[in-house]
Design a binder for this molecule. Structure first.
Ligand code: ADE
Length: 221
């Protein structure tokens, strides 16, 4: 069982995501657990302030360290993981982080608790990356409004690497060759010439020749 604790100021973004399809089934079967936490619950002022102006000036606001620190402390102490420290990983999402790849999904699936900190606005006080998080992850060289979409990508890809999450183990990492299903021939009309065009499944896949199919998959994978 792996536990994801998501810290965000927009927990609602995740509601549909966590309650559909394989993630819903994985939670029902107690293979994964996804808990959503509103960062504002760890503020102490009347206005539930989570952000402030950057020192030295500049546009925009930064997420403050205090509520994030308190959130991580509280979620770390509330859920005791096995004695070894390696069983919990605290992750901050930022476009300045290390690029996330499939090998990271496999690596992170071995933890029993991932605490996922979603950055927002124009950034997060750098002390969160420096002292609170164990690692900073980017899902690609583009800037999102915040870490929520990145957290979803990590939750989904890590979950797929957890034993029993995917019924057929072979399909967990399947992105290795093109695939087709019925019909064998699909007919469309050309927009320009109005001629009939046939989109066909490669013949070799219909041949029943397993050796040839394997070679084709290796060639085009
Ligand atoms: N927050 C904003 N952009 C991001 C990205 N590309 N990856 C992770 N977190 C982000």
């Amino acid at each position: 069982m792996i536990r994801f604790d998501v810290i965000t100021i927009f927990p609602e973004i995740f509601r549909g995501f966590v309650s559909e399809s394989l993630l819903a089934r994985g939670q029902k079967k107690k293979i994964i657990k996804i808990a959503l936490h509103n960062l504002r619950d760890w503020t102490t002022d009347k206005h539930k302030t989570v952000d402030d102006k950057p020192y030295g000036g500049g546009p925009g606001m930064l997420l403050k360290i205090e509520p994030l620190y308190r959130a991580v402390q509280s979620l770390s102490s509330k859920f005791k993981v096995q004695s070894s420290k390696l069983r919990r990983r605290i992750i901050l999402f930022s476009p300045r982080g290390k690029k996330f790849i499939q090998a990271d999904a496999k690596r992170l699936a071995k933890y029993s608790q991932l605490i996922l900190i979603c950055g927002r606005y124009e950034g997060v006080d750098e002390r969160v990356a420096g002292y609170v998080a164990d690692e900073v992850i980017s899902i690609g060289d583009y800037v999102l409004n915040g870490g929520e979409v990145a957290a979803m990508a990590v939750i989904e890809s890590v979950s797929r690497m957890v034993p029993m999450f995917i019924a057929k183990k072979e399909s967990a990492e399947k992105f290795d060759h093109p695939q087709y299903t019925r019909p064998e021939v699909f007919e469309v009309k050309s927009k320009k010439s109005k001629e009939k065009i046939l989109w066909k499944v490669p013949k070799v896949l219909l041949s029943g020749d397993h050796k040839k199919i394997k070679e084709w998959r290796e060639k085009y994978g």
